[in-house]
Design a protein around this ligand. Structure first.
Ligand SMILES: [Zn+2]
Length: 331
């Protein structure tokens, strides 16, 4: 998963003329000609928005990583530890039992949740957008990255190669939650395996340490379980990095705000505090030259008020309902 996500970022952030694309071309020179032609064609196709090849690529990578993980971690995977008493190496079995069955479902779920977020269109139906009560037409914005005009634009996500907006906000949160659950479960299982390997009688690391001493024992442990250590580390980072982001997205739904609107609001607050803009009559922000039209509000009070202002908030229950309706009212 980590690998597939990294590849998505590399591909996505490499427009044809950019420095990164040139680096790519340079790296491609070292590959055999057939492979190079195929990869270049794939990159050009991908950059022109033909995402189907990309989708196959992602599914392939996910399936590949699933198989590797399965081989290493699940069922009866074997890790060899040098024997203490005899010259024959001993084997630790990574049988995680019931947990492995859950992991099977989770690993299949990961590419599915990814595809849901990847394929869900970010724009909503026209009739829905023009609904006078929901006030959605005012919240339209054209995305600079993919030039789609979407309602409730949040941000353009390079990982899913899609805009995150009203139409796919729920699907996106679902994908984030899935990724966090899968990665943290995987990390916990890997850690559990290490503890199991350490404490197993006769074959465990505890006995190895007793026989070889702490320094050599640690080296043996690390050499035998490098893939597992790497996975604990990698999956912990992925889960931890996504948690604050996911909380932010959930808050966006609960408060009926978008990341784009939050950032815009922050910028306005800053401009007010710097005296570049003036808030008039608690209603609108106008350029300072228009300030004579109304009463100018003191800048600190204005910024504080603006920070709290949320004209689209209808209470969390209605906000969730709106987000769900938008997710279902896609074009
Ligand atoms: Zn976009």
């Amino acid at each position: 998963m980590f690998f597939s996500l990294s590849m998505c970022t590399i591909c996505q952030s490499s427009p044809p003329t950019s420095f990164k694309r040139r680096t790519f071309d340079f790296l491609l020179k070292f590959l055999p000609k057939t492979l190079r032609t195929k990869l270049t064609a794939f990159l050009i196709n991908y950059q022109q928005g033909k995402s189907f090849a990309f989708l196959i690529f992602v599914v392939g990578i996910c399936a590949g990583s699933f198989m590797i993980v399965q081989q290493y971690m699940l069922g009866e995977s074997k890790f060899v530890i040098p024997s203490i008493s005899s010259k024959k190496n001993l084997v630790v079995k990574a049988n995680v039992g019931f947990a492995s069955k859950i992991m099977y479902i989770l690993y299949f779920w990961q590419p599915i949740s990814y595809m849901i977020a990847f394929l869900a269109k970010s724009h909503t139906k026209k009739e829905f957008e023009s609904d006078p009560i929901l006030n959605l037409s005012k919240r339209q914005k054209q995305c600079k990255a993919c030039s789609h005009t979407v309602t409730k634009f949040d941000h353009h996500c390079i990982w899913i190669s899609n805009c995150v907006a009203g139409g796919n906000q729920i699907q996106f949160i679902f994908f984030l939650l899935s990724t966090i659950i899968i990665n943290s479960t995987h990390g916990v299982l890997c850690a559990r395996f290490l503890i199991k390997a350490y404490s197993a009688p006769l074959v465990g690391y505890g006995s190895v340490q007793k026989a070889f001493g702490l320094k050599k024992g640690l080296k043996i442990l690390f050499n035998s379980f490098t893939p597992v250590f790497a996975q604990v580390f990698m999956f912990a980072i992925i889960s931890l990095a996504l948690v604050p982001f996911c909380i932010g997205q959930i808050l966006n739904v609960l408060q009926n705000k978008t990341t784009f609107e939050r950032l815009k609001n922050q910028r306005l607050c800053l401009e007010i505090l710097e005296g570049k803009k003036v808030l008039v009559d608690y209603k609108e922000i106008k350029d300072s030259k228009d300030a004579t039209d109304g009463t100018v509000i003191e800048k600190v009070t204005a910024a504080k008020w603006l920070q709290k202002r949320n004209i689209y908030d209808q209470g969390w229950a209605k906000n969730i309902k709106e987000a769900l309706e938008m997710a279902l009212a896609r074009k």
